[in-house]
Structures are given as structure tokens and as C-alpha cells.
Design a protein around this ligand. Structure first.
Ligand code: DC
Length: 230
């Protein structure tokens, strides 16, 4: 069967990655979490003196972009891809609150986006890819055969993030997470370069009241429809 490109965009913490990852595994496609790439650049910046009291030294980061190598490798234990920064597994380190609260300004920098979008397009040039993020259907793969835009209320998304962190045994405050979710929504939607928006030809999925199994079934259905037409 001819392989297609699948773009899944939407707000933070609305279960995009879970459904994208599961679909990719079931249909034998590559899965790329583009948010992990922005998080890896943020982690690098936090560890390499690019942040000064919350301000970003953009000249230093620009000069160092070529030293930031991000890759994904399948973790045989979880069956899911882990993120590597310069050959070191940073999957856990990029999911902390510290990275979450510094990532939006990094993702708003035009030279960071240009570099990461180019890498993402390279990864998808053979098709057979499911990529999730904010600008996949609008900027990275505007010609994707299947585009989905996922949304859910901020309160529901904060609760999901809270449950996720708790399940991993990490400290979490619901109010802090809700504040972070709302702040990121605002920055993601209002930044100048590639703001978060639904592509005109994307299917809208509000999963506020869907279980993970229901969203997975919905996505599998959309995939079946698109590939039957191709
Ligand atoms: O999906 P996530 O929460 O892991 O994404 C982390 C941040 O990266 C989020 O604040 C928005 C940004 N991002 C982006 O600007 N473009 C993408 N394609 C993916 C993520």
C-alpha cells in the first residue's frame, strides 16, 4: 500500500502523542514527536548558559545550533522512541516542568524553527511518517494526506498532565500546571512565526470527553478512509 504522511497538531497535553505513537506502531510508520525537538533545544540551552535570568542569549544559541544533534531511537522496553541529544538519552530530562516552562520562547525563535523544520522535512521525505506538533499540517508537511487538529479544554489537559507526572512519581501542582498550559496556549497561538492554528484541510478532534481507546479508534478510522481513497 502506498505510504502517506500524517500530521497531527494541537494544543499541549491533549493526547496527541499517545494517539500518534500508537497509530504509527500499528501501521508500521515512523513516529516523530516534533515537540521533543523543541524541548531538546531548550534543555541544551538550560545546560549551556544560554538562559540568563529567563532571557535567551540568541546570538549564542544561533552560533550553537549546529552543535545540537537530535535523534530518536526505539526503546525496546517501552516500544516507543526515546529522544537523544548529542547521543545521550534525554527522554526523561526534556519532560520536566523546568523545560516545559522555558520551551515556548525557544520555540518562538525563527532560526530555531527554521533549523528544526528543515530536519523534520528531511525525516519525512520518504513518507510513511506520523509527526505531531503545532505546525506540522501548516508548515512542515502542508501536503500531508491526513491532517488532524486535536483540542481539549485547558482544565482537562492540566489534569491529564498532572496525572501523568504523579504516575511517574514526580512532584506536581495542578494549579501550576494549569497556569503553564494556559501560558503555552497563549504563546503558541500568538507567536509571529508559525503560530498554532488549524490547517484549513485538517480534521478537528475535540477529545475532552473521549477515552484514549476512543480517540485511537477514531484516528484508525480516518487513516483507513484516507488510504482507501488513495
Ligand atoms: O508538544 P510539547 O508540549 O512537547 O511541545 C513543547 C513546546 O514546543 C510547545 O510549547 C510548543 C512547541 N512546539 C512548536 O512550537 N512546534 C512544534 N511543531 C512542536 C512543539
Amino acid at each position: 500500500m502506498k505510504k502517506i504522511t500524517i500530521a497531527i497538531d494541537g494544543f499541549s497535553s491533549c493526547g496527541k502523542s499517545t494517539m500518534a505513537k500508537d497509530l504509527a506502531r500499528e501501521i508500521g510508520y515512523i513516529y516523530i514527536d516534533s515537540g521533543a525537538m523543541y524541548r531538546a533545544v531548550t534543555l541544551y540551552s538550560l545546560r549551556n548558559g544560554i538562559f540568563h535570568n529567563g532571557d535567551i542569549d540568541t546570538e549564542k544559541l544561533k552560533a550553537e545550533m549546529n552543535n545540537i544533534h537530535i535523534s530518536f531511537r526505539l526503546n525496546p522496553e517501552t516500544g516507543k522512541p526515546d529522544t537523544y541529544l548529542n547521543e545521550v538519552n534525554v527522554e526523561k530530562d526534556i519532560r520536566t516542568m523546568e523545560v516545559s516552562s522555558h520551551v515556548s520562547p525557544i520555540a518562538a525563535l525563527d532560526f530555531v524553527r527554521e533549523a528544526l523544520v528543515a530536519r523534520q522535512q528531511e525525516m519525512g521525505k520518504e513518507k510513511g511518517i506520523v509527526m505531531d506538533g503545532r505546525d506540522i499540517g501548516t508548515t512542515v508537511f502542508p501536503d500531508a494526506e491526513l491532517k488532524v487538529f486535536v483540542t481539549a479544554s485547558p482544565e482537562i489537559r492540566a489534569q491529564r498532565r498532572y496525572d501523568e507526572l504523579k504516575a511517574k512519581g514526580e512532584e506536581a501542582s495542578y494549579d501550576e500546571i494549569l497556569e503553564n498550559v494556559k501560558q503555552r496556549d497563549y504563546i503558541d497561538q500568538h507567536r509571529e512565526v508559525s503560530p498554532l492554528r488549524k490547517a484549513d484541510d485538517a480534521l478537528l478532534l475535540d477529545n475532552s470527553h473521549l477515552t484514549i481507546a476512543e480517540q485511537k479508534a477514531w484516528l484508525a478510522d480516518q487513516f483507513a478512509k484516507v488510504t482507501a481513497e488513495a
